[in-house]
Design a protein around this ligand. Structure first.
Ligand SMILES: [Fe+2]
Length: 170
């Protein structure tokens, strides 16, 4: 596998997950609203971009191959909605205010639960059932998706209807 393993879609998703955890930790160390805003702006943007990237590239492929893909996908879209809602709620409050901290803390909790579920269920299901070629070609699409949406450009932060999503992609 060698260096190619870096292009595996499941590894790229986990790279983002690690980055998310690190950025939430950086918020704990921020010393001013300006520092909080700097970390949070990038984090909020990437949370929304990551959710849409997964819904565009990963979950449609999982639905075609996975053993328990419908449940995993339904859970993921619902979790993504909860994360998107908390990110949007934070955006309605002054950075550093208690309402802002509440919303960011909700985003963090929802995100942590979601990452664990994805890492324990959806990603393993895909690794077991998708060939290496598919995993790396989806990895390339993943990188292209990020390149096409710099700083969240063109990302739709609205909630997705899980049932409609499953219908469209099954
Ligand atoms: Fe996800």
């Amino acid at each position: 596998m060698g260096d190619e393993s870096r292009l595996d879609i499941t590894a790229l998703i986990m790279d983002d997950h690690e980055w998310f955890r690190r950025q939430f930790a950086r918020l704990d160390d921020a010393q001013s609203p300006a520092e909080l805003a700097e970390v949070w702006d990038a984090l909020a943007t990437r949370l929304d971009t990551h959710a849409q990237a997964e819904e565009t590239i990963f979950y449609p492929a999982l639905l075609k191959r996975g053993d328990d893909a419908e449940d995993e996908t339904d859970d993921a879209v619902r979790d993504h909605n909860k994360i998107r809602d908390a990110v949007a709620e934070a955006g309605r409050h002054e950075v550093g205010s208690s309402a802002w901290f509440d919303a960011v803390s909700r985003a963090r909790t929802e995100n942590s639960e979601h990452l664990a579920e994805e890492e324990d269920e959806g990603l393993p299901d895909f690794r077991k059932n998708a060939g290496w070629e598919l995993r790396t070609s989806l990895g390339e699409l993943w990188l292209q998706f990020y390149a096409a949406h710099p700083h969240g450009a063109g990302i739709d932060p609205s909630d997705r209807d899980p049932e409609q999503y499953l219908e469209e992609h099954s």
